[in-house]
Ligand binder design. Structure first.
Ligand code: NAD
Length: 455
């Protein structure tokens, strides 16, 4: 996730005067600058107050910590971690924590900003935050991973809280890491093991206060958006062809749920390789294969659940993956992977952005010129934070929902967010990305209008 390359979202290259007022660096390829540029472009459509623009253009707090961890061989390694609290006008800061070697402050700021927009669009009462540790979790032993997680939580525990800032999983972290975070946070509080501390993170294991349906929630949300919006594109979900970039939490769940609805997931690619089957991959068996082997590579030889032989798959090149003809392409890996080069290769009608900021502005422009509809990330991947909110509510009430209720409430939130976006698009005659920002900004601007600015 390097800031050096290119960037998400904005369809314009003009520099907004707000950047000069706030003394932003002039690097147009910086991910944070680009996400703010998209917000300012959207704000122009709705004549939002200047004070709201400048507040949203900068995060409220940027926390950086360095902390030593004892490694298995006895030596100590110093790690760098971040927590960015972008905005809390609509509720506590909320957003994932990522373990990845390419974590940089400006990227974390951009992701925190996107969380503010996303929570507002889907109308969950949260603001936006994001965090990360610069490390490769695949290179850490289970013991080292636990010590890194606990030491980071200990370093930031006075700056977060169940009603102030609530982390969650992201790339490279999972329910187990959330369990260590929650336990460490609770141990650091005067009230000790008080149940209230559980709410400090979401995405926990179900046996420790997690919500049913949280693990698949982001993928489920992507599918809910597609089911709501594809009729407008004249694409029936049953029988449609799909390719998925990234087969981790978000990509694999979106693929599995789409397959269950009758779609054919014909190609996928992750960090280990790319595979294709024109008859449709068995995504459930593929997900099991990934758990066992660490990636999609070599899937053809695996066996599916119940011992049945999984449908085979042919290994393909990266270029063949992008060129595979599909109705819907789902980028669900990392930021900034769909540059101009990839956008030129894509053979699809719709791009559903499951990852955060997967498309660079140049990629975005080319997709638009080619008549490919882009369903924006702050809409498509809002399912995760929505069910995180449900988890937080359940923890608060000490009353737990069945999965059917979680799915039903999630669907309601996703459908309403999709409709808000479509309404803004037709009202302001913009593309879908700007429409989603407008729908989010209108809500935040209304909140600032009634709250006012202290003092
Ligand atoms: P994950 O770590 O579970 O999966 C990431 C996937 O990307 C893996 O399959 C990995 O192999 C693949 N990948 C990494 N580098 C790659 C490369 N160079 N080429 C091809 N594939 C590559 O992460 P995730 O939780 O599924 O998150 C994916 C994206 O979705 C991220 O942008 C994340 O911020 C976003 N997101 C996640 C959630 C959530 O609930 N997990 C919610 C909202 C948004």
């Amino acid at each position: 996730m390097s800031t050096a390359a290119t960037n998400q979202a904005s369809t314009t290259t003009k520099r907004d005067p707000v950047f000069d007022e706030l003394d932003f660096p002039s690097d147009p390829n910086n991910l944070y600058t680009q996400t703010v540029a998209t917000m300012l472009e959207a704000a122009d459509h709705i004549d939002i107050r200047h004070r709201v623009k400048i507040i949203l253009a900068q995060p409220k707090n940027e926390i950086m910590v360095h902390f030593p961890v004892r490694m298995d061989d006895g030596h100590h390694r110093l790690f760098k971690g971040y927590r960015v609290q972008h905005n809390n006008a609509c509720g506590p800061y909320k957003g994932g924590i990522r373990f990845h070697e390419d974590v940089h402050l400006d990227d974390v700021k951009a992701l925190a900003f996107l969380m503010t927009m996303k929570c507002s669009l889907v109308r969950v009462p949260y603001g936006g935050g994001k965090g990360g540790i610069k490390c490769n979790p695949r290179e850490l032993s289970p013991g080292e991973l636990e010590r890194v997680s606990r030491r980071f939580m200990s370093a930031i525990s006075t700056m977060i809280g169940p009603d102030y800032d609530i982390p969650a999983p992201d790339v490279g972290t999972n329910a187990q890491v959330m369990a260590w975070f929650a336990d460490t946070y609770m141990m650091s509080q005067e009230s000790g093991n008080s149940n209230d501390g559980l709410r400090v993170v979401t995405g926990k294991p179900v046996q420790m206060g997690g919500s049913l349906g949280r693990e698949k929630a982001t993928g489920q949300g992507v599918v809910d958006v597609l089911v709501e919006m594809l009729p407008e594109e004249g694409i029936p979900v049953e029988g449609m062809r799909v390719s998925v970039l990234g087969f981790g939490n978000v990509g694999s769940w979106a693929a599995r749920i789409l397959q269950d609805l009758g779609a054919k997931v014909v190609a996928t690619m992750d960090h280990t390789g790319a595979i294709r089957n024109d008859e449709g991959l068995d995504c459930h068996a593929l997900a099991e294969h990934c758990v066992k082997t660490g990636g999609v590579k070599g899937f053809g030889a695996s066996t599916g659940s119940g011992g049945s032989t999984a449908k085979g798959a042919e290994a393909i090149s990266t270029e063949d993956f992008y060129r595979t003809p599909v109705d819907v392409f789902i980028p669900g890996a990392l930021e900034q992977m769909i540059k101009e080069e990839q956008a030129a290769m894509l053979d699809c009608k719709v791009v559903a952005e499951a990852a955060n900021a997967p498309t660079t502005p140049a990629g975005d422009r080319l997709l638009s010129e080619r008549g490919i509809e882009v369903l924006p990330a702050i809409l498509c991947n809002a399912g995760g934070v929505t069910v995180s909110y449900f988890e937080w509510v359940q923890n608060k009430q000490c009353m737990y929902w069945d999965e059917e209720r979680v799915d039903r409430e999630l669907n309601r939130h996703m459908v309403m967010a999709a409709r808000r976006t479509m309404l803004a698009r037709s009202r302001y005659q913009t593309n879908m990305r700007l429409a989603s920002y407008i729908a989010a900004l209108e809500h935040i601007a209304n909140v600032y209008e009634v709250r006012g600015i202290f003092p």
